[in-house]
Design a protein around this ligand. Structure first.
Ligand SMILES: O=C(O)[C@@H](CO)OP(=O)(O)O
Ligand SMILES: [Mn+2]
Ligand SMILES: [Mn+2]
Length: 549
């Protein structure tokens, strides 16, 4: 890779360029559920008056999702921001591979299904919804139907309940569609297909960034050992757990194990095969390691069954997690961080645990390491392990102080930061907490603006997708959906809304104006950041939002 060329008329600001990603802070409709509009945010208001302002697409095809009905998410969002281009993402690659049948012609599928004895099971573990962020239920159905076609006698499904990419208490809808498929197959007479275990995605199995390994341990005990609270059906489990904890949402439901005649129906045992059908990496890496890494010492796995394990996708290429996979991930190359590293730009990436991998691993095209040890600092502030509606400020102040220190001491030329608040609190569905989360981010931005002013830097403030901007479910006409008591239904998922982009040049010396782009997406943020640093963007990057006057 060649270093970037300098722009002729602008060689970068005196101070640093700071790219602030306000996770989950989109532009809503200003309605009752728009907590971004509702929040008191003097600093974002000030930026609106004093910056170049653009509105960016952050969902659907603009971030490599199958279609424009798909909301954005952090993986595809940070991939697009960091790589400056749009790659077809896991959701689409897996859909295509399954629909074309390519996935079933591959060696891995053949190996996992071909070697099963009649007593052994094919297990599927994954997020049971059509959210299309980590998984899609239709993919699970296609895998199950193919297993049946191949005459596999026993299938066991380990269902992670969502409520985070889909409505908060929708689990039974997905369970009943799955049960319908399983019953249809069992009715043929020679098959034994059933749900074996499950639990909320925020309680078992789907931890990320090493935040909470006990979640993985609980998932392991539930899926592999069949240890956990026993029920006759998944429906009974969900109904009982909900009745015991009024107000609980699906992502937080405790574990359950399905039993028949007093015995768990589907522990994972020697000779079985296991497929993790989530395509997104962050929350699939730890459980993959539990199956795949003989040296893992994060918890005591007990005797490890001799099984074949594969992910539907490879989640981390360099470390080969997992070793076997069904579909190759998008090949995201030549990302901005690498260009800046070869161009001698000193970089800082900072966030707290929950989003640390977003500004490093996702931002660098799903790679965990640095490009240049001597030029890059990656800082992780440890997240609190609490329900975030109880602490909507999260680690905003601590993150901000890392950046202020860098700016003050002139440590870095390019700083990228993710403020998780709008998103992590948005997923709880607690409106007051969400409002406070947005206000927290605004407060932090206020401190950054002062530092940027003092050093004549440039600040780009944007988001990876919406969340806090739409906290009530709306129908296609934009009317609020109401529950049986006539109250608006809370919404915990991301949104289809665009996101803002404020470009604030403290000294005004860059001499930028907005480029005339129609339909720009967040993939334009890489070229924009590169120009703000005084370089020409790579020719194949999506166009910069600014041009020289
Ligand atoms: O929490 C997550 O895993 C997703 C939602 O499924 O959110 P984000 O894409 O913002 O990380
Ligand atoms: Mn996000
Ligand atoms: Mn999110």
């Amino acid at each position: 890779m060649q270093p970037l060329k300098r722009l002729e008329s602008f060689s970068g600001p005196e101070g640093p360029v700071v790219l602030c990603i306000m996770d989950g802070v989109g532009i809503g409709k200003g309605d009752a559920g728009d907590m971004v509009a509702k929040a008191t945010k003097p600093n974002l208001d000030w930026l609106k008056e004093n910056s170049l302002f653009a509105t960016l697409k952050a969902h659907g095809r603009a971030v490599g999702m199958p279609d424009d009905g798909d909301m954005g998410n952090s993986e595809v969002g940070h991939n697009a921001i960091g790589s400056g281009r749009v790659f077809d993402q896991g959701a689409l690659l897996v859909k295509n591979a399954v629909e074309s049948g390519d996935v079933f012609d591959g060696d891995v599928w053949k190996d996992l299904t071909g070697s099963l004895s009649a007593d052994n099971s094919l297990h599927f573990i994954g997020l049971l919804s059509d959210g299309n962020v980590h998984s899609h239920i239709n993919i699970l159905f296609a895998l199950i139907r193919q297993a049946q076609k191949q005459g596999i006698k026993k299938v066991r499904v380990h269902t992670l309940l969502d409520g985070r990419d889909v409505p908060p208490t929708s689990a039974l809808e997905y369970i009943s569609s799955l049960e319908a498929v399983l019953t249809e197959i069992n009715d043929l007479g020679e098959f034994d297909y059933c749900i074996a275990s499950g639990g909320g995605r925020l309680y078992i199995t789907m931890d990320r960034y090493d935040a909470d390994w006990p979640m993985i341990e609980r998932g392991w005990q539930t899926h592999v050992r069949g240890e956990g609270r026993k029920f006759a059906t998944a429906k009974e489990a969900v109904e009982t757990l909900r009745a015991e904890t009024p107000g609980v949402i699906d992502q937080d439901l405790k574990e359950f194990v399905i039993e028949r005649d007093g015995t768990p129906v589907g522990p994972i045992v020697d000779g079985d095969s296991v497929i993790l059908f989530n395509f997104r990496g962050d929350r699939a890496i730890e459980i993959s390691k539990a199956f795949d890494d003989p040296n893992l010492d994060r918890f005591d796995r007990g005797p490890i069954p001799a099984i074949k394990f594969a992910g539907i996708m490879q989640y981390e290429a360099e470390q080969q997690i997992p070793k076997s996979y069904l579909v190759s991930p998008p090949a995201i190359d030549d990302v901005m961080g690498e260009y800046l590293a070869v161009s001698g730009v000193r970089q800082l990436a900072v966030s707290e645990t929950q989003k640390y991998g977003h500004v490093t691993y996702f931002f660098n095209g799903n790679r965990s390491g640095k490009f240049a040890e001597n030029l890059e600092d990656y800082v992780e502030i440890t997240s609190d392990l609490v329900p975030y509606e109880q602490r909507p400020w999260m680690k905003g102040a601590e993150i901000t102080e890392v950046i202020l220190d860098s700016i003050e001491k002139d440590k870095h030329d390019f700083i990228r930061v993710n403020y998780p608040n709008g998103d992590m609190v948005g997923h709880t569905g607690d409106l007051l907490a969400v409002e406070i989360s947005v206000e927290t981010v605004d407060l932090c931005l206020g401190r950054l603006i002062e530092a940027i002013k003092a050093k004549n830097g440039i600040m780009i403030v944007t988001a990876d997708h919406g969340n806090a901007d739409e906290m009530y479910e709306v129908d296609k006409e934009g009317n609020l959906k109401l529950d049986s008591d006539g109250n608006p239904k809370s919404k915990t998922s991301h949104t289809l809304n665009p996101v803002p982009c404020y470009i604030y040049d403290a000294s005004g010396k860059a001499g930028f104006k907005l480029a005339e782009l129609s339909d720009a997406g967040i993939s334009s943020l890489a070229a924009t950041s590169i120009m703000c640093l005084g370089f020409e963007p790579p020719a194949d990057y999506d166009p910069s939002l600014v041009e020289l006057k």
